[in-house]
Design a protein around this ligand. Structure first.
Ligand code: ATR
Length: 280
């Protein structure tokens, strides 16, 4: 629907997509920065992705966010991709360039890093990091995590072969190893990131409690109104910091907004509003 042709139009495309917080977040960014834009939900099944994206841009759309399950498939519809999107094997932001070409980028990794470093004041240098999961969500943040010079990054996955494959791809970039959940009888890690989709199913990977200490930052990329199974598990083990991925959501959106509009919104008030709304 093109309600106002003079206003730049953006959308998030996914299936399903009605739960997406992106219109709310980008609406707040636009208000804060005085930008005139419209941001819609665009639902597209995998079979209709091509048609919907082509139609959106032919009707003057300026940019898209891409969410589940299209982050890989969208790559086949683009003219160019950033290096970080190619490394991630996924695109979450599409920009229509002035010459009409479609360019893909991935702001998830930088979103996570900004949340850790600026919002949570966690310096990754020389830290021991445990990544739970070896799917798309984990892959998307491998490069920035390794670029932050951790002491070690252990990728643990239910299916060990998948963790091993991921590690092989990224081992030239830093100290990264693969493990199964059973292998993890370590002293506590400094940071544990849950990138499995287990939380979404209300499940918790079978992990030894020994990996969590009082000062372990336990970070779930998933987010919801209440604690996720992972943040609850971490709190019960006594960690002082168990955090959901609201900050990553807002920071990756801010980076996309910057790619489209050339202006960096202030994320702090938006994150506060979003967390307050989520708690109601
Ligand atoms: P995404 O794009 O969200 O990462 P994905 O690529 O399907 O989705 O990956 C899902 C990840 O969650 C995988 O690491 C998966 O483990 P497997 O590779 O063994 O399938 C993990 N996962 C999903 N459900 C899980 C569960 N109940 N317990 C542990 N790990 C789980």
């Amino acid at each position: 629907m093109n309600s106002n042709k003079s206003v730049d139009r953006y959308a998030v495309v996914g299936f399903p997509v009605k739960h997406s917080r992106s219109p709310f977040i980008h609406g707040l960014f636009a208000q804060q920065t005085g930008q005139q834009l419209e941001y819609q939900l665009l639902e597209a099944t995998p079979e209709h992705l091509n048609n919907e994206v082509t139609r959106f841009f032919s009707e003057g759309g300026k940019g898209l966010n891409i969410t589940v399950p299209h982050k890989q498939a969208i790559m086949g519809l683009l003219d160019t991709c950033s290096q970080r999107a190619r490394f991630a094997g996924a695109v979450n932001t599409v920009i229509k360039l002035p010459d009409g070409k479609l360019s893909g980028d991935n702001t998830d990794g930088v979103g996570l890093l900004k949340d850790l470093q600026y919002n949570l004041h966690f310096d990754l240098k020389n830290k021991r990091i445990l990544m739970l999961g070896a799917g798309g969500a984990a892959r998307g943040v491998m490069v920035p995590l390794l670029e932050a010079s951790p002491k070690e990054l252990v990728v643990a996955n239910r299916t060990i072969e998948r963790a091993t494959r991921l590690v092989t791809e990224f081992e030239s970039l830093g100290p990264i190893t693969a493990a199964s959940f059973n292998d993890l009888q370590h002293t506590p890690f400094d940071l544990i990131i849950n990138a499995t989709s287990a939380s979404l199913q209300g499940e918790m990977p079978m992990l030894s409690p020994s990996v969590v200490g009082l000062n372990t930052l336990c970070y779930d990329m998933a987010y919801g109104k209440k604690d996720t199974v992972f943040t609850l598990w971490a709190k019960q083990l006594g960690t002082l910091q168990a955090v959901q991925g609201w900050g990553m959501l807002v920071e990756q959106a801010a980076e996309a907004f910057f790619l489209w509009r050339g202006i960096r919104p202030d994320t702090e008030p938006v994150l506060r509003i979003l967390q307050n709304v989520a708690e109601q």
